[in-house]
Design a protein around this ligand. Structure first.
Ligand code: ADP
Ligand code: MG
Length: 342
């Protein structure tokens, strides 16, 4: 199993849906449709309320699969001839024509780096690969300081430029990794497909990143279960009612490698070039865009609970963090904006 599938196994079981089953105000012809499939090395699920006159579910699913295929062919680092892989492979520092989608994702990556004071860095790839969490290795061994220092000279969004219809790397070795926003972006595109088909009551999910609109078949708010951050089993931490928003969670407790009793996370602090060591167990963000929620949830994990809370409150972002306190118990900390969803 490659790192991505380990990662996504975690995500797939991280969030599950609690669908309220009160059949009071159901319209007679409306029915609930559930679609599922595979994408980005993980699974997707879509539930929606179908009304008479809507396209049939095979048609809906075909359009969803089509749009997901497009994202993968642009942004996957696991597909060797994706647009992103070809960009990464090339050592040319000349501007290069790029699709609207790739430019949009790069732009969002650069914006998120600014918004998170550099803690989310889509160019962290050489470090991720060095520590063995990328597509090229399995995690097993701690790299030496010389290798870390060298990889650090190859990272930084300042070396990634957008100019008109082109993208450009100003360091030949620059390697872009969109895994922190790709699933969320995929969810946003699925939501867009559904809306275009006239479907306005849905829950769409890829690998644990979720977007919600409207209500369930019973006319109730969609409810999302947040799991306790434990490595085994599935225990409910609490229920959330995100309303018309996305919910993304970053959690570290199922992906890591160990050496000399030290656990190494798959998240890299771009400021040290090393995996994070502080003890935030999971970070959940509720935000209109799933792509942004996805990126922010990871960025908060990387920066640690104090900086994360300060930033979330300052920017009015709804975020909930689970940490282990000194007694070894789980403790929840959340920003002011999160209170609306509890
Ligand atoms: P999580 O559930 O922990 O948020 P994601 O799949 O969203 O997991 O992101 C983890 C991946 O992001 C890593 O495997 C790595 O490829 C990449 N990554 C690690 N550290 C950073 C960072 N500081 N900024 C951006 N991407 C990172
Ligand atoms: Mg994430």
């Amino acid at each position: 199993m490659n790192t991505l599938s380990v990662l996504n196994l975690k995500h797939a079981i991280f969030a599950f849906f609690v669908l309220v089953t009160l059949a009071s105000c159901t319209k007679p012809e409306a029915e609930k449709v559930m679609l599922q499939g595979k994408t980005m090395g993980t699974t997707y699920h879509v539930s929606y309320v179908a009304q008479p006159g809507m396209p049939d579910q095979q048609q809906v699913q075909a359009q969803i699969e089509q749009v997901l295929k497009e994202v993968n062919q642009v942004a996957s680092t696991y597909i060797k001839d994706s647009e992103l892989s070809l960009f990464n492979l090339s050592h040319s520092t000349a501007p290069r024509e790029a699709s609207d989608m790739l430019r949009f994702l790069f732009g969002e990556g650069i914006r998120l780096a600014q918004m998170t004071n550099g803690y989310l860095d889509i160019t962290v790839g050489p470090l991720v690969n060095l520590w063995g969490f990328g597509p090229t290795h399995r995690p097993e061994k701690v790299p030496d300081n010389v290798a870390i220092a060298l990889a650090r000279t190859q990272t930084g969004v300042q070396y990634l430029q957008l100019e008109g219809s082109t993208v450009r790397k100003t360091k030949p070795e620059l390697y872009v990794d969109l895994s922190t926003i790709a699933k969320g972006y995929g969810v946003d595109l699925v939501a867009q497909v559904l809306e275009q088909l006239g479907i306005h009551n849905f829950l769409a999910e890829i690998g644990g990143e979720i977007r919600i609109k409207g209500t369930s078949l019973e006319g109730k708010d969609w409810t999302v279960g947040l799991e306790k951050p434990v490595a085994e089993g599935r225990v409910l931490q609490r229920l959330l009612r995100p309303k018309d928003n996305a919910v993304a969670t970053s959690g570290d407790y199922r992906i890591f490698f160990e050496e000399n009793n030290q656990r190494y996370s798959h998240l890299i602090d771009p400021k040290t070039g090393k995996p994070i060591t502080h003890m935030m167990l999971s970070s959940t963000v509720i935000y209109p865009s799933c792509m942004t929620a996805d990126g922010l949830s990871t960025a908060f994990m990387v920066m640690g609970v104090e900086k994360a809370l300060a930033l979330a409150n300052q920017q009015q972002i709804a975020a909930l963090f689970i940490v282990k306190n000194q007694e070894g118990e789980f403790e929840e900390l959340y920003s002011q904006a999160f209170e609306a969803y509890l």
